[in-house]
Design a protein around this ligand. Structure first.
Ligand code: NAD
Ligand code: AHE
Ligand code: ZN
Length: 373
């Protein structure tokens, strides 16, 4: 039986306040749980979203972070699929392979631990994090902004140990989400036309996915033109800044593509852009995929006629990817050189500088900052 560990973590004490780097206690894993030493973690816009206070599920104090890579430090009773020393990627979408959702063959949204996860707790309804006896909540079932964290066994993907965790941590959210949205959710085919709104870690990964799918036109859209060089390098055929036009961006895309694109992806979390993304799709068949996460109380709208005339609105979480089954293969494909991750890592830093990662994101200066422990 392992002991409680005291380690450094970035604590979100309150919405809207910077993270505070402090000692926390991490209890040993209980039955069916695994304690992981985090080696590296990316900072995703969703972490900033929750810290801002806009997340209806946001709960404080908590340890944020959900885009990590680490090594199994100890396992609880009954854990069979993982052992000490295994390299793992934490999954905010678990995969139990037993629930109605897992068995449906229709979704990656396993619900086995989702309810307690949304309350910042482990499946038994308690937390493994505390500070001098005061409980601290988990986040998205991952809490990778801590040197050590505890997850359910079903929330860990075991990956090839030769893969650098400082890079493949990005497969824990951003890169898998963007690529998966294109390839799993939309199933873009050779020759299709695509528009991608927002060129952060998610949107640029969608560009990679569209290029891999051999889309004939990949229209990359952002109000920050500093993102355009990398978008082009990754395969975007056109880069557009909506601020350069005095008409709605959907009209611009429709004109550029003889009636609209086959697929569009919203990678921002802006409900007005979600509407543009739907309305730039081709009449009769165009499909728009919502990836961006919008704040509490926000709603999408369009004229129902947009759907009556054949456009489809859908959404995706973690790119529709079943983490334990499919993520190891994403790592293998990265190792085989099918796509690069280093392009995304614009900044690296130690945990005590993590607030700078949030500043860089808000200033539009980073794609991904990766924290090295
Ligand atoms: P990011 O901040 O790195 O990138 C967002 C990009 O959108 C930036 O380049 C920004 O300049 C651009 N942008 C902002 N407003 C715009 C506008 N009006 N028009 C065009 N471009 C605009 O964020 P990210 O980490 O790439 O995440 C993107 C979104 O995806 C977030 O909402 C995040 O919460 C969400 N997300 C969803 C999932 C999922 O599974 N559904 C997974 C990861 C992230
Ligand atoms: N808690 C928010 C929703 C947040 C959300 O949509 N999260 C995405 C992942 S974002 C990763 O960066 C997701 O996978 N959602 C599916 C799920 O089960 O959480 C809210 O609005 O309540
Ligand atoms: Zn994320």
């Amino acid at each position: 039986m392992s002991e409680t560990i005291t380690c450094r973590a970035a604590i979100a004490w309150k919405a809207g306040e910077p993270l505070s780097i402090e000692d926390v206690q991490v209890a040993p894993p209980k039955a069916g749980e695994v304690r992981v030493k985090i080696v590296a973690t990316g900072v995703c816009h969703t972490d900033a979203f929750t810290l801002s206070g806009d997340d209806p599920e946001g709960i404080f104090p908590a340890i944020l972070g959900h885009e990590g890579g680490g090594i199994v430090e100890s396992v609880g009773e009954g854990v069979t699929s993982l052992q000490l020393g295994d390299h793992v990627i934490p999954l905010y979408t678990a995969e139990c392979r037993e629930c109605k959702f897992c068995k449906s063959g229709k979704t990656n949204l396993c619900q086995a631990v989702r309810e307690t996860q949304g309350k910042g707790l482990m499946p038994d309804g308690t937390t493994r994090f505390s500070q001098n006896g005061k409980p601290i909540f988990h986040y998205m079932g991952c809490s990778t902004f801590s040197e050590y964290t505890v997850l359910p066994e079903i929330s860990l993907a075991k990956v090839n140990p030769t893969a650098p965790l400082e890079e493949v941590c990005l497969l824990g959210c951003g890169v898998t989400t963007g690529m998966g949205a294109v390839m799993n959710t939309a199933k873009v085919q050779e020759g299709d036309t695509v528009a991608i709104f927002g060129l952060g870690g998610i949107g640029l990964s969608a560009v990679i996915g569209a290029a891999m799918a051999k889309a004939s036109r990949i229209i990359a859209i952002d109000i920050n033109e500093s993102k355009f060089d990398l978008a082009k390098q990754l395969g975007a055929t056109d880069c557009i800044n909506p601020k350069d036009y005095d008409k709605p961006i959907q009209e611009v895309v429709v004109e550029l593509t003889d009636g609209g694109v086959d697929y569009s992806f919203e990678c921002i979390g802006n409900v007005d852009v979600m509407r543009s993304a739907l309305e730039c799709c081709h009449k009769g068949w165009g499909e728009s995929v919502i990836i961006g996460v919008a704040g509490a109380g926000q709603e999408i709208s369009t004229r129902p006629f947009q759907l009556v005339t054949g456009r489809v609105w859908r959404g995706t979480a973690f790119g529709g990817v079943k983490g334990r089954t499919e993520l190891p293969d994403y790592v293998e494909r990265y190792l085989a050189g099918e796509f690069k991750l280093s392009d995304f890592i614009t900044h690296t830093m130690a945990l005590d500088k993590i607030n700078e990662a949030f500043d860089l994101m808000h200033e539009g200066k980073s794609i991904r900052s990766v924290i090295h422990y």
